[in-house]
Write a protein that binds this ligand. Structure first.
Ligand SMILES: Cc1cc2nc3c(=O)[nH]c(=O)nc-3n(C[C@H](O)[C@H](O)[C@H](O)COP(=O)(O)O)c2cc1C
Length: 253
């Protein structure tokens, strides 16, 4: 079973390609996370958890969800991380969590995709040509990854140095706490009050008031709201007005 969370479609796309290659089912975790649905997931085939990387780790809300989620059937777990190019210590933390759940960590793959963190100037947006290139290269990796999983082998990714762990472990919570305010999100007059942003928010952070979204805290900065708005009516401070609202739907069917 392939489980995934995706805000702007990169991870959803990779999960769907893997599901096809493995002839396995795909489960979108967004609704389950939103509704605190902890009903067990059951599979005879290995579990493959596909997730974006946020600040060098798996998103915290997803980590907390997987930690509590009961897994039945197969005991093997693979992770697939999509990122803008640096997955940090995501694999290290996933391995530790998997072992604590008494399951077998079968390794992970890191897949470079277009960057979706458009509200931060720390990550420059990926240019359209580069988006196409990264997506095409990611597609080419799927058969090998699928074959390793099907044969019960171990996925191997790059070595994580001790200094990375020492820097990222304290850095992530500080960044999440101080660099992810939601107060800068707002809608322009293109907003029709459809509420899609509110329905997509994995941490239930957006409430509709007078047919307009209002962002509360704490925000995961996942970008699901701003990058899925059908009218591109959401902006963030003065950072996003001139930036493309990336969504993989602009590149693949
Ligand atoms: C809050 C946030 C933090 C991110 N941090 C990183 C990071 O540390 N390293 C990196 O390479 N990409 C980072 N990214 C980029 C995403 O991991 C990448 O674009 C991912 O493929 C998005 O997946 P999705 O389209 O399935 O949501 C970050 C994105 C967000 C929204």
């Amino acid at each position: 079973m392939i489980l995934f969370f995706s805000a702007s479609g990169n991870t959803r796309y990779i999960a769907s390609l893997l599901a096809e290659a493995l002839d396995d089912e795909c489960l979108d975790l967004n609704e389950r996370i939103r509704t605190h649905d902890y009903s067990p997931v059951c599979s005879e085939k290995p579990f493959v958890i596909c997730t974006p990387v946020y600040v060098c780790e798996m998103p915290r809300f997803l980590h907390e969800y997987i930690k509590r989620l009961p897994f039945r059937g197969n005991r093997n777990v693979y992770y697939i991380f999509t990122s803008g190019g640096y997955a940090g210590i995501a694999g290290t933390l996933a391995r530790s969590m998997t072992r604590k759940k008494d399951m077998i960590y079968k390794g992970h793959a890191e897949i470079k995709m277009p960057t979706n963190h458009i509200v931060s100037d720390a990550y420059p947006p990926t240019e359209p040509d580069e988006c196409r290139k990264r997506i095409a290269e990611a597609e080419k990796r799927i058969p090998d990854i699928a074959e390793t999983i099907m044969s019960g082998g171990k996925l191997r990714a790059r070595y994580v140095f001790l200094f990375e762990k020492l820097i990222i472990l304290p850095f992530n919570p500080i960044w999440v706490r101080y660099k992810q305010p939601s107060k800068d999100f707002y809608t322009t007059d293109k907003c029709v009050g459809c509420g899609k942003c509110s329905r997509l928010c994995p941490v239930n952070n957006i409430v509709m008031e007078n047919k307009r979204p209002v962002w509360q805290a704490p925000c995961a900065h996942c970008m699901a709201c701003i990058l899925n708005c059908p009218f591109e009516a959401i902006e963030y401070g003065n950072i996003t007005q001139k930036k493309d609202k990336y969504n993989i739907k602009k590149y693949v069917k």
